[in-house]
Design a protein around this ligand. Structure first.
Ligand code: GDP
Ligand code: MG
Length: 672
């Protein structure tokens, strides 16, 4: 097998991948980068802290692999009886068959003096202690008491290494001595005592780091001893011993597995952890476990966070598309909160087992990233809410103004409340509590827009109202003014203006009554009333102009003259007789009628108090924004001097004709 490809054995006898053995450190001291994947395949990824790690130490060919396979159902290579050469190179790992336990088979030493081997032994001891809670120390019964054996060198290394790793902590490790080929002549208790004495001696000989001088061996190690019968000579007894030993590998106060031995590395991180431990160890760097745990936490929390965020953004994508479609997405806030909760739940499930400081800060980072992802959705939702609030406002306004006798101010305030409440409720729903988002600005903008929409609608409605009042005014003056202008006389304008003022008064009162519902300002009222007065005046002037066209005026003069000349005081047509003063009557009727031209030529009541209080203005901007000049003085003039002369002379010609006709009627009656 190529030395730089980490080995893993093929499936043996149909065993599932769970029983596959993996060489985690090969003979070139390279670490297997796939360990994390294997932990996953062995079904331990989600085990959290609920798993244990066992490692075996001991000289070569002392039946270590054989024992592990029997104990845990693992598939480590066992030396072929006929070849007798070392099989375990580096460190192998396997998952125990029916326990959440990782088992490490560590290359044995054989008391060889080669420096390289001692170096590897130290490194593998460091590595094993940093990650395993139970160390099996495998040895032959006949090796016990031989203080100078390879086992003693190994134990010294373990104790030294343990002091450097855990000297200042209260981390404990179980040293389980497995005495092989235990014949039984020496009771186990005696063997244990000998071994204990040996270890205590080693402990005493090891130099303690400063401050740890008074510590004792059992501050760090629990010792346990077990003897196994000879495998070849007493196979049945051997099997029974192994079975009994297997029964003691349980978690709890009576078993070999215990909380206080655990290294507290979450199972999903143990691959990365072991790799970085090996990096440190194999490059002879100081192995500082707290630092390693923090680095591991950073690495794993980043990975976990990344996975959680990816799942989160996948879920959120759909919502993002929807909200960017321009419509308010119902329950968007609820969905966003669910996505966030789910992401944090996913993150917490794995990451909370790691170094608390790192975990908390990575959690903050994840929350920040989630909020950053969600904020555009929130803003898009605000935009949609804004749009729908405006639409709702318009609809409510339109509906309200359709009703008869509506009160404008309350229609507006109702529509406004509905729109703003809708927006505020939607915005609050879409907010995430600790995301530090707000919508004050958006609410203010909406408020401003509603204000200007309301103002626009108000001015429209007020214009409509003024138009209606104007129409009413025209109806009111119509017939009456027609009649009064057709009945010329010195008091004609008094009558016309009285009608005008009455109708205007009514119009103004109508306005004031209706304006109340608009909550209009004094300024708006002044402007509207002024407009109303000017329009009323213009309407009157139009009537006057209609009545004073040449033709109509001439016919009015003619009618007035006829009435005076051709009818007597009782309205009876005159039949001229010889003695009638035709000349006198003619002159009187004609002169009186000519005087009417002056009356029609200018609006001028005999009672000056009837004159409307209107003033001329250059730019008369009314409520509808029209700025035609309003020249009141000018509007009083109806006929110019020239016009008067012209009309008068035309009339005189007509009157003369009547006179001639009257004279003729006498001549003809005399001639008969
Ligand atoms: P390892 O190098 O320590 O892993 O030893 P192996 O498990 O590969 O076994 C080495 C040899 O010792 C093999 O030939 C086994 O059959 C044999 N063996 C295994 N267990 C025992 C035992 O309990 N007693 C004796 N005498 N031989 C054993
Ligand atoms: Mg072996």
């Amino acid at each position: 097998m190529a030395s730089n490809t980490p080995q893993q054995a093929p499936l043996v006898n149909g065993h599932a991948e769970t029983s596959t053995r993996v060489q985690i450190i090969d003979e070139d001291k390279k670490f297997n980068a796939d360990l994390s994947k294997w932990i996953d395949k062995w079904g331990l990824h989600n085990a959290g802290f609920d798993y244990d790690v066992v490692a075996v130490f001991g000289s070569q060919s002392t039946g270590k692999s054989t024992l592990l396979n029997k104990l845990f159902g693992t598939t480590f290579d066992v030396m072929d009886e006929t070849q007798r050469r070392q099989t375990t190179k580096g460190i192998w790992m396997c998952r125990a068959e029916d326990l959440p336990v990782l088992v490490m088979d560590v290359e044995g030493t054989d008391g060889r003096e080669r420096g390289e081997d001692q170096d590897f032994e130290r490194k593998s001891a460091l590595f094993s202690l940093a990650s395993s809670q139970v160390l099996l120390v495998n040895l032959w019964e006949h090796q016990i008491g031989l203080y100078q054996g390879a086992n003693m060198a190994l134990l010294k290394t373990v104790i030294e290494v343990n002091l450097s790793l855990f000297g200042k902590t209260d981390q404990r490790t179980l040293l389980l001595f497995v005495i092989r080929d235990h014949v039984g002549a020496t009771p186990l208790a005696n063997l244990s005592a000998t071994l204990t004495a040996d270890i205590e001696r080693i402990w005493a000989s090891v130099s303690k780091p400063e401050g740890l001088e008074s510590r004792i061996l059992t501050d760090y190690f629990d010792l346990s001893f077990v003897g196994l019968a000879h495998k070849v000579l007493m196979p049945d007894k051997f099997d029974a011993d192994v079975k009994a030993l297997r029964a003691r590998f349980t978690f709890g106060p009576d078993g070999f597995f215990n909380e206080r031995y655990r290294r507290r590395i979450p199972a999903d991180g143990v691959g990365v952890y072991m790799e970085s431990i090996w990096e440190q160890v194999s490059s002879n760097k100081d192995l500082d476990l707290p630092t390693q745990q923090e680095l591991l936490a950073q690495f794993r929390c980043d990975e976990i966070s990344k996975a959680a965020f990816e799942a989160f953004s996948l879920r959120a994508k759909e919502g993002r598309r929807n909200v960017e479609g321009g419509k308010v997405v119902p329950n968007l806030g609820g969905m966003m909160r669910d996505w966030k909760t789910e992401a944090l739940r996913q993150f917490d499930a794995e990451a909370s087992r790691y170094h608390a400081g790192v975990y908390n800060s990575k959690r903050e980072d994840l929350i920040t990233a989630i909020h950053a992802y969600l904020q555009p959705l929130f803003l898009a939702q605000l935009k949609n809410l804004h749009k729908s609030a405006l639409a709702l406002f318009k609809i409510r306004l339109e509906e309200g103004l359709k009703k008869d006798g509506y009160d404008f101010a309350s229609v507006v305030s109702d529509a406004r409340t509905k729109a703003e409440t809708g927006f505020a409720e939607g915005a609050a729903e879409a907010s995430i509590q600790d995301a530090d988002w707000d919508y004050d600005l958006e609410l203010r903008q909406l408020d401003e827009e509603l204000t200007s929409l309301a103002a626009l609608s108000k001015s429209d409605e007020m214009k409509k109202m003024v138009n209606n009042i104007e129409r009413m005014f025209k109806r009111d003056i119509g017939e009456k003014v027609d009649l009064e202008l057709g009945r010329p006389g010195p008091k004609m304008w008094d009558a016309v203006l009285t009608t005008y003022l009455d109708a205007l008064k009514k119009a103004e009162q109508t306005y004031i009554k209706k304006a109340k519902s608009f909550n209009s300002s004094q300024d708006e009222d002044d402007k509207a009333l002024l407009t109303l007065r000017r329009r009323a005046w213009r309407a009157l002037k139009v009537k006057v102009d209609e009545h004073t066209t040449d033709t109509l005026l001439l016919s009015k003069l003619r009618a007035s003259f006829e009435e005076k000349f051709r009818y007597d005081e009782n309205g009876v047509p005159r039949v001229w007789g010889r003695n009638d003063d035709i000349d006198g009557l003619f002159r009187k009727a004609r002169d009186e009628t000519v005087e009417l031209v002056a009356v029609y030529s200018r609006i001028k009541p005999t009672d000056p108090s009837l004159m409307p209080a209107l003033a001329s203005e250059e730019d008369a901007s009314g409520i509808d924004g029209s700025d035609e000049p309003f020249d009141f003085e000018d509007s009083l003039h109806i006929l110019s001097e020239a016009k008067q002369v012209d009309i008068t002379s035309k009339f005189r010609r007509d009157a003369d004709a009547y006179f001639v006709e009257a004279k003729r009627s006498i001549v003809s009656s005399v001639a008969q």
